[in-house]
Design a protein around this ligand. Structure first.
Ligand code: C5P
Length: 388
């Protein structure tokens, strides 16, 4: 999901945007930093540099392994950036990079025209404003020098291409007299919520007893309340899906093999299962999963595709990381330990630990083959499993 935050200089976009992204587990991009980078290095082809992993634009701007964000904040560069931001070619180049990097990810992106021009289909659009005096003071505090904010505002608002203005469907927030925390809270409250379904109901009712029964402990977590995610858990028992559901505060769609439909029948649909025919490219299932991701849902895919009960992870199926490689969603590898070789006798003595590893975004694995991605994720999961 893309969350667009637009506004003029000093409207608090960057601070509030970063805060929101942290709170909900998204990544953050400041598009202004890209204009600033272009002002500093006019000869660099931004898209090429990003594809070669020479330029990193998330959270901070890293150029050839060096964090140059602070340097880009100099007022002189900001002023030059706002001049070149008038040029069509420069705007097209920056917009292409933003769309490329963000494809299939969960991002908060801040700028002047994110909701109007770059991502008109963004999941939510905010437009932050504040009184001019307040904005000038904030900006001056930020750069430590007097700034002529009015001049830049005029240029940004009046320019012909992509002027800074609120999209028609933007949520406008005036934060002149709000703390950063209040702005973040307000934005978080305005994010779209999933509809309440049967799985969510079961989570409410059965979540606490299941967590108690298996003594579930989340040893590492990542916020998953908003946006699209693919979870790839290891699979030691039929109970690990139950444990996972008991700690997720959201409905998820479980990709299950089609044989399960015969055993569980309609129950599977109630539990949001997507059935897949194993070992064949199942186009119908791929389409269904793609549609769920577009609707910003959570999809669970077991990369081992079947249960390996002794805790030694089986080979990862090709295709488990198809949606990551095809830039449709980020992957959160999930490691579950404590359900190995479960029997009636040992059922009540379990201590289950769950770790949600750091998300892997499409941009992180750009240029890698599916096998390399799969190996990389498996290594991360095995290491985590062994250290739990
Ligand atoms: O937001 P920041 O001050 O870092 O942006 C620097 C300049 O880049 C702005 O003054 C504006 O002219 C330009 N810009 C833009 N469109 C964006 C982001 C920034 O034109 N989406």
């Amino acid at each position: 999901m893309i969350i667009a935050i637009d506004g003029l200089a000093g409207s608090g976009k960057t601070t509030a945007g970063k805060g929101l992204a942290k709170a909900i587990g998204f990544r953050f991009i400041s598009s202004g930093q890209l204009y600033r980078f272009k002002a500093l290095e006019p000869d660099v082809d931004l898209l090429e540099a990003v594809k070669e992993h020479k330029l990193k634009i998330e959270w901070d701007i890293e150029w050839e392994g060096k964090d140059i964000s602070a340097e880009l904040q100099r007022e002189e560069i900001g002023s030059r950036a706002s001049e070149i931001a008038l040029l069509r070619d420069v705007r097209d180049e920056v917009n292409n990079v933003l769309r490329f990097v963000a494809e299939g990810g969960n991002y908060v992106i801040e700028g002047r025209d994110i909701g109007t021009v770059v991502f008109p289909e963004a999941g939510v659009k905010f437009f932050l404003t504040a009184e001019e005096g307040v904005r000038a003071r904030r900006r001056a505090e930020q750069v430590g020098e007097e700034v002529n904010i009015a001049e830049r505002d005029e240029r940004d608002k009046k320019r012909e291409i992509a002027p800074a203005k609120a999209a028609e469907d933007a949520i406008i927030i005036d934060n002149s007299y709000q703390s950063v925390e209040e702005t973040i809270k307000e934005m978080e409250g305005r994010l779209p919520k999933d509809e309440f379904d049967f799985q969510r109901f079961l989570q409410y009712v059965l979540g606490p007893p299941v967590r108690g029964l298996f003594r579930i402990e989340v040893v590492k977590s990542h916020p998953l309340k908003h946006g699209r995610w693919i979870l790839t858990p290891n699979h030691t028992s039929a109970w690990d899906g139950v444990c996972l559901a008991a700690v997720l505060q959201r409905s998820a769609y479980y990709v299950a093999k089609v044989e399960l439909r015969r055993i569980l029948g309609p129950l599977l649909s109630i539990l949001n299962a997507v059935t897949i025919v194993r070992d064949t490219p199942d186009l119908k299932a791929i389409k269904a999963i793609r549609a769920l991701l577009t609707k910003e849902k959570i999809v669970v895919i077991y990369p081992e595709s079947k249960i390996f009960t002794d805790g030694i992870m089986g080979p990862f199926k090709e295709g488990a990381f198809y949606f990551l490689r095809k830039r449709m969603a980020p992957v959160v590898p999930v490691v579950i330990k404590g359900l190995e070789r479960i029997t009636v006798n040992t059922f009540f003595t379990r201590h289950v630990r769950i770790a949600f590893l750091d998300p892997i975004y499409p941009i992180d694995v750009f240029g890698l083959r599916e096998n390399d991605i799969s190996d990389k994720v498996k290594r991360l999961m095995v290491n985590a499993y062994e250290s739990m």
